[in-house]
Design a protein around this ligand. Structure first.
Ligand code: ATP
Ligand code: MG
Length: 492
């Protein structure tokens, strides 16, 4: 089945990842070089989880890595990270990144963007961010090198900076976000001294590029329970350097105004969504303009008039600031604008109203359904059930209308022009008869709407049957003389 295809195209996938890692280590060792597993792949193995990519560290220089790696016959080599000492290897669908031991990790803010290579594994590990990321493993013997107690922290579920946390965060403030990202991805807690150092150095985040910040933030958004990460960012003082607007969601309403807490509601919606980046962004930002639009109606109800429109604009500004790509920006802003539409549905809606929603949502209809479902956070079970039932009914109606619309669009695979050309005849009632016949077959499901070849054959048989053996030929040869206005045309 799939296997053979894959084997033909990418023979390396037939070999297990562990086998590849060993083979590389053997080659390196035979040439007097060390090669260790490090980073996420060691973590994953120790946690008994599968890992996608492999990170390895070596005392070989990038030039030597390239030369030695060739001996393992990778399907490809990439060198984008070469000036940081990293050479990437592709084996089928698997990537292995091999990095020369470093004596420092961070370069973004330094004036001279050069990397100092280190001399030993121990030194390399000491420059890594967290103890759970500073474990190395010999792929040949399985032996672990764990100078900072990473294995114990992994077991206990603790994120702890290697060495002095304060210094580590000052060296590279992106680590502030990485700490939270790992905590929320793995369900770990942050050790108190590391936590304090994060608070202390929060403002340093302002010096980090928006792209790097967004990349880490999006990993937090995609975590199993993203609200934990958002709360940490808020509580540790990092959020104001990422999306300060989130902090305003905690704005309390004036005395006597009753409504649910916008911040808590937002986090609840976020956790309710499937792990899809667009939907998660939309969930995070859907009520972002509520604090700014909060008013009290004459009959004493709290309302947020137009918050979806102001929210759309704010979402766009926020995502632009974080240098998201334009498609992401547009889709998220669009979802924020329409986020109330589906939950406003009632059975009284006409087909026209449902169609309008479908057009407005366009390709984001599925995402809108997911967001709308997640947005139902009432604690009153009958109310929740009723809201789900309304959404289900709306979905059913959109599906029906979709099906009707595509039925209405069905037509004969061959139009009048085709038939005149194929049969070399001019216009006439025969065209309508053939087209009706072919459309009938399409509606019956025995002819595919795009199967022109078979349609032609069926049309020939039909005409032959209709006209008996005698080739009447009454209009043969006159096709080109046909007057354009009189041609039959029914194509959409
Ligand atoms: P994943 O690949 O699952 O995101 P990872 O731990 O492999 O997790 P990477 O960003 O791939 O993370 O980095 C690989 C390793 O490189 C890390 O485990 C860590 O040891 C080291 N590392 C990466 N970025 C930094 C940094 N900014 N400061 C210090 N060490 C870092
Ligand atoms: Mg990795």
């Amino acid at each position: 089945m799939n296997k053979t295809v894959q084997q033909e195209r990418a023979p390396q996938t037939a070999v297990s990842v562990t086998e590849l890692e060993r083979r590389l280590a053997e080659i390196f060792r035979a040439h007097g070089k060390q090669l260790y597993l490090v980073g996420g792949s060691v973590r994953a193995v120790l946690l008994g989880q599968p890992h996608e990519d492999t990170d390895m560290a070596t005392d070989a220089t990038p030039e030597e890595i390239k030369r030695l790696a060739q001996l393992a016959h990778p399907d490809g080599i990439y060198t984008v990270g070469e000036k940081f000492g990293t050479i990437g290897l592709i084996f089928g669908t698997h990537r292995i990144e091999i990095t020369t031991f470093r004596s420092e990790w961070y370069t973004e803010r330094s004036r001279k963007p050069d990397v100092r290579f280190g001399v030993s594994l121990e030194e390399d590990l000491s420059r890594r961010d967290f103890t759970i990321n500073a474990i190395a493993q010999d792929p040949l013997t399985g032996e672990l090198f764990d100078p900072f107690g990473g294995v114990e922290d992994l077991r206990a579920g603790i994120i702890r900076a290697v060495g002095n946390p304060d210094e580590r965060f000052r060296e590279d403030p992106l680590r502030l976000l990485r700490a939270i990202r790992f905590a929320v991805q793995l369900g770990f807690r942050i050790e108190p001294r590391t936590r304090e150092a994060i608070k202390l150095n929060a403002a340093q985040l302002a010096t980090i590029s928006r792209e790097r910040i967004r990349a880490e933030f999006e990993k937090i958004l995609l975590a199993p329970k993203p609200s934990i990460g958002i709360r940490m960012l808020v509580d540790l003082g990092l959020m104001q350097y990422i999306i300060p607007e989130i902090l305003l969601l905690r704005t309390k309403a004036p005395e006597g105004w009753h409504h649910k807490d916008i911040y808590e509601h937002t986090l609840g919606v976020l956790d309710n969504t499937p792990p899809d980046l667009i939907i998660r962004w939309a969930a995070l930002l859907h009520d972002i303009a509520k604090p700014q639009t909060m008013t009290l109606s004459p009959d004493g109800e709290v309302q947020f008039l137009g918050h979806e429109f102001l929210g759309e604009k704010m979402a766009r500004d926020i995502l632009r600031r974080l240098k998201a790509d334009s498609r992401t920006i547009e889709r998220v802003a669009h979802l924020v604008r329409i986020h109330l539409r589906a939950n406003a549905y009632t059975s009284e809606w006409t087909d026209g109203a449902v169609r309008r929603l479908m057009r407005e949502a366009g390709e984001d209809l599925e995402a809108l359904f997911a967001l709308s479902r997640a947005d139902i956070t009432s604690h009153n079970p009958p109310r929740v059930q009723a809201a789900y039932a309304r959404l289900d009914e709306l979905r059913r109606r959109t599906e029906e209308l979709e099906a009707q619309a595509s039925v209405a669009k069905l037509s004969s695979p061959l139009d009048g022009h085709d038939l005149m050309r194929i049969f070399g005849r001019g216009p006439g009632p025969w065209i309508g008869r053939v087209k009706d016949y072919l459309l009938g077959l399409v509606l019956d499901g025995v002819l595919a709407p795009d199967d022109r070849e078979r349609a032609e054959q069926l049309a020939r048989e039909f005409l032959a049957r209709e006209e008996g053996q005698a080739a009447s030929g009454e209009q043969a040869g006159q096709a080109d003389a046909a007057h354009p206005q009189r041609k039959e045309e029914q194509q959409p």
